[in-house]
Design a protein around this ligand. Structure first.
Ligand code: GDP
Ligand code: MN
Length: 405
């Protein structure tokens, strides 16, 4: 779960990480009230879960109530990279001498925590990594050992933070690491971490991603959930207990088993299509589960064709086929469906599907043919085209549609 900046700052404050005094506002009047409480000058900040708000005009300094009204009025309702601003964070404005960067994430490949600190803050860290990678000091931390003050101190020196910022920054790093670990986050990032002209270091922005797998031991996270921006497809899938990941393509995918689901996404890509999602219905492909899966995919406006890829193991082919047919009777599907059914009793299953075959329901014996067909059917309605025209012949001697990766 991603937190908004103001929630991230509230989270930081639990570990004594210094942040500016402020409050949230959902209206212009509330913004003025919060500004009076924080003390002028203030900064009016759009609360959206996307970076680069400053550049987009979503962050403005205000010296008095009139300016707060103007900026709050402009920013509320503003569209920042597809995110509409519904809430503001108003905080006392800071004077900035320097802007730095600090974060902790999990480096799964290294099985370690990864700290990154840079004297080049304020800008997007990805561009620093590209243009000036040596400006980012990195430290792998063994989770068993943790991060002590000495290591934090060395890290800020390696990052070349100004000498007067080093004590404050090292102190914040130790607290931020505690927040990361005890707070069960996957990411904590401060950009910018600032040095003020008075020599104080504090967090001017906050990006926190909480580890959903740890939510069972954090009942207090419920307070963050109200405003959570969840993909409506994800929300529906979650409520139905399906393993679903929304993607941006136009071929809806249903498979049984996570491995087959991922392969199905790959094959669709390989033939030039774009998967709209990953969806694993698990072992038993019964009518109930299939209907739920189809319902979730049906809500995705971008889907133009559906590819159901089932390999019967313990579940026999005829049961799968009957499940699909029953599900189709229950859900009014908007897109044509291509089914590849293989495994135990596949022949019997295909015979059942054949009775229902139409230009909206097509059964094909191999993954690649089915992926091609689904992509073609989808391509008729969308820009797909290009890579979607496939050279592969049926039966396996396939030339992957190159180019589109
Ligand atoms: P982002 O653009 O979404 O990352 O939003 P930030 O909260 O990081 O703010 C962007 C930039 O606005 C910062 O890098 C600062 O330069 C500026 N900014 C934010 N808060 C203040 C403030 O209190 N005082 C001043 N002078 N500038 C600020
Ligand atoms: Mn920022």
């Amino acid at each position: 779960m991603d937190l908004f900046e103001y929630q991230g700052k509230q989270y930081f404050a639990r570990w004594d990480i210094p942040v500016s005094k402020g409050g949230v506002a959902d209206t212009v009047d509330e913004a003025v009230t919060q500004a009076e409480a924080a003390g002028y000058p203030v900064v009016v900040k759009a609360q959206v879960q996307v970076g680069g708000r400053g550049k987009a005009g979503g962050i403005k300094l205000a010296a008095d109530a009139d300016e707060v009204r103007t900026h709050a009025g402009n920013i509320l309702g503003m569209d920042i990279k597809g995110h509409v601003v519904k809430r503001l964070w108003i905080e006392h404005a800071s004077d900035i001498a320097k802007e730095y960067y600090a974060s902790f994430t999990l480096d799964r490949a290294a099985k370690m925590h990864l700290a990154m600190v840079s004297a080049e803050g304020g800008v997007e860290i990805e561009s620093v990594a590209e243009t000036n990678p040596e400006a980012i000091a990195k430290l792998h931390i063994d989770p068993v050992d943790g991060l002590d003050l000495a290591a934090a101190r060395k890290l800020v020196e390696d990052a070349n933070l100004d000498p007067e910022a080093r004590d404050g920054a090292a102190d914040i790093l130790v607290k931020l690491y505690k927040c990361f670990v005890e707070g069960d986050a996957d990411l904590v990032e401060i950009n910018p971490l600032i040095l003020t002209p008075e020599g104080k270091v504090h967090a001017l922005d906050a990006k926190v991603t909480l580890d959903d797998s740890a939510s069972f031991r954090h009942p207090e996270w419920d307070e963050f959930r109200g405003l959570e921006v969840m993909d409506p497809r994800d929300a529906l899938a979650k409520s139905k207990g399906l393993q679903y990941v929304g993607l941006d393509g136009y071929v809806g995918i249903i498979a049984n088993g996570a491995g087959l689901g991922m392969s199905t996404c790959d094959v669709v890509k390989q033939v030039g299509g774009e998967p709209a999602n990953f969806l694993d219905i698990g072992g038993g492909a019964n009518a109930e589960v299939m209907a739920n899966a189809l319902e979730v995919i049906n809500t995705d406006e971008k889907v133009k064709a559906i590819f159901i890829n089932i390999f019967g193991g313990i579940t026999r082919g005829e049961d799968v086929a009957n499940g699909i047919v029953t599900a189709l009777g229950r859900v009014d599907i908007k897109s044509p469906i291509v089914i590849r059914l293989d495994g135990t009793n596949a022949e019997q299953g295909r015979a059942i599907l054949a009775e229902h075959e139409s230009d909206r329901l097509i059964s094909l014996p191999t993954m690649i043919e089915a992926a091609q067909k689904a992509t073609e059917l989808a391509g008729g309605n969308v820009t797909a085209a290009g890579g979607g025209k496939v050279t592969a012949a049926g039966g396996g001697n396939v030339t992957p549609a190159g180019g589109k990766k």
